[in-house]
Design a protein around this ligand. Structure first.
Ligand code: G6P
Length: 475
């Protein structure tokens, strides 16, 4: 009998259920979090709680899903269409997402959606409770969809160790103040013992919100909440470095990368990969690429922008609008500048397997990341990890969390079309030796601060804080 179990909780489970031809399919996620936490939740006794990504049609489907997921140590929280609409689309993605990405005008405040967000957070808490956690256990809650959950778990289990990690930015308190329910949200998060972010600025913004809005006493990064200590800290997330570097070196990927290069006739190959999202600066990137073709006509026919946009949240109106806007911008550039032998942009609205992504990373001369705001951004780290043996240049937004680590990338302000254009030009012209040197520095960082390291130091710190708290209580 183990004396401690770990419960991981996130909106989505690391396995997605899909109904195809009247059958349920269980599809494991390739995501960074799933990989990083794989070694934790797969251990006997540990579990991961979350939404399985579909709405069962009947009790039988629910029972099959529950049983199949149980074999993988996964516990589903089933949500109805109405719950998803209010909690996920309405509140998480139409209030929290835009506000936390500094897009105040995109927020849609609706008290019914707020009520549903509360109810669904309570539903998650009930599922956690059904797992009979003891005060010796530890719980790690992920992201903005579950901001109320730390407090809900704390109410039931006063001594349990709770970590909360926010993967998206935390805005300055005056921006956060726009949300009518801001106090409830931070009180919810403060149920945790350790509240963590990817960057120092995000942690400072969170601390400011706690002191300015709730008037909580603070000492360095430690808040005093009803006699408890809550720490806000910074743990920049890494990727599975080995996976990407090994894939990049494998013969099939090398072969596929060469095919891609041949297909594009060895033109300078600029790669961008994102989820469909207005925080990613996709329109600005297209404008900069057009500006490159306008200002430097000699580059026409010599470059290709390969742009992969992964479908996401297409039930949310802002995302549908963005998709149309991208279609128009790509169509405009290709029709104005394209000729028979050359299309400036190869645009895909699709999701590709990791092997194809790896081949694209290997093939790409430049990887272009222009997020207007991004908690971290893992694409740029995946590109770096794929470049141990081929050259390449990373152009990176200074407003993505990763910019704090990847100092050798060409950094740009993503709101400046001129800066992106000039960075692209410099990247295309960069001597091979400089490319190698700069990439080598980035590789070292991405290799060292990989996903396993991130998981390890987070848990170590959570245990340390728990020990500290016990010592304080004993005094
Ligand atoms: C971001 C968020 C995650 C979210 C992911 C995909 O990375 O930080 O919490 O899961 O986007 O978005 P989705 O809405 O499809 O889960």
């Amino acid at each position: 009998m183990r004396n401690k179990k770990t419960v991981i909780i996130s909106n989505r489970l690391p396995v997605r259920v899909e109904r195809r031809d009247h059958e349920l399919h269980f599809i494991p996620s390739e995501g960074g979090l799933a990989t990083g936490l794989g070694s934790i939740y797969q251990q006997e006794g540990n579990i991961w709680v979350g939404w399985p990504g579909f709405v069962p049609e009947n009790e039988q489907e629910e029972a099959i899903t529950r049983a199949k997921l149980a074999e993988l140590n996964l516990v589903p929280v089933f949500l109805t269409e109405e719950e998803l609409q209010g909690y996920y689309e309405g509140f998480s993605n139409e209030v929290l997402w835009p506000i936390f990405h500094y897009r105040l005008s995109y927020a849609v405040y609706n008290s019914d959606n707020w009520r549903t967000y509360q109810e669904v957070n309570r539903k998650f808490a009930a599922v956690v409770n059904e797992q009979n956690p003891s005060d010796k256990d530890e719980v790690w809650i992920h992201d903005y969809q579950l901001m109320l959950l730390p407090q809900l778990v704390r109410e039931q289990h006063p001594e349990i160790a709770i970590g909360y990690f926010q993967h998206i930015p935390f805005p300055p308190d005056e921006v956060f103040r726009s949300i009518p329910w801001r106090d409830e949200l931070i009180k919810g998060v403060l149920g945790a013992d350790l509240v963590a972010f990817h960057t120092y600025n995000d942690s400072q913004h969170f601390l400011n919100a706690c002191t300015h809005l709730l008037g909580l006493p603070i000492q360095n990064n430690c808040l005093h909440v009803d006699g408890r200590s809550v720490y806000a800290e910074v743990y920049p997330m890494g990727i599975d470095f080995e996976k990407f570097s090994e894939l990049a070196e494998s013969a099939p990927i090398q072969h596929r990368a060469q095919e891609i290069r041949n297909y594009y006739k060895d033109r300078k190959f600029i790669l961008s990969i994102d989820r469909l999202d207005y925080s990613k600066g996709i329109i600005e990137r297209l404008q900069a690429f057009e500006s490159l073709l306008q200002e430097y006509p000699d580059l026409r026919e010599k470059v290709v922008l390969y742009m992969l946009v992964v479908p996401s949240r297409d039930t949310v109106p802002q995302y549908r609008l963005l998709r149309d806007e991208i279609d128009r911008a790509v169509g405009h550039i290709n029709s104005v500048y394209g000729i028979n032998e050359w299309q400036p942009i190869a645009y895909y609205y699709n999701s590709f397997p990791v092997e194809e992504l790896s081949a694209l990373y290997v093939a790409a001369d430049v990887c272009l990341v222009t997020s207007i705001r991004d908690g971290m951004n893992l694409v740029c780290k995946e590109y770096v990890a794929s470049k141990e043996h081929t050259n390449g240049v990373l152009v990176l937004s200074e407003l993505a969390g990763a910019s704090k680590e990847l100092l050798e990338a060409i950094q740009v302000n993503p709101n400046s079309i001129d800066q992106i254009r000039e960075a692209l030009r410099a990247a295309i012209a960069m001597p091979e030796e400089e490319q190698r040197e700069r990439m080598q520095d980035s590789i070292e960082i991405v290799k060292k601060f990989n996903i396993r390291h991130w998981v390890k130091i987070f848990f170590n710190r959570l245990h340390e804080i728990k020990t500290l708290q016990k010592q304080e209580m004993a005094r």
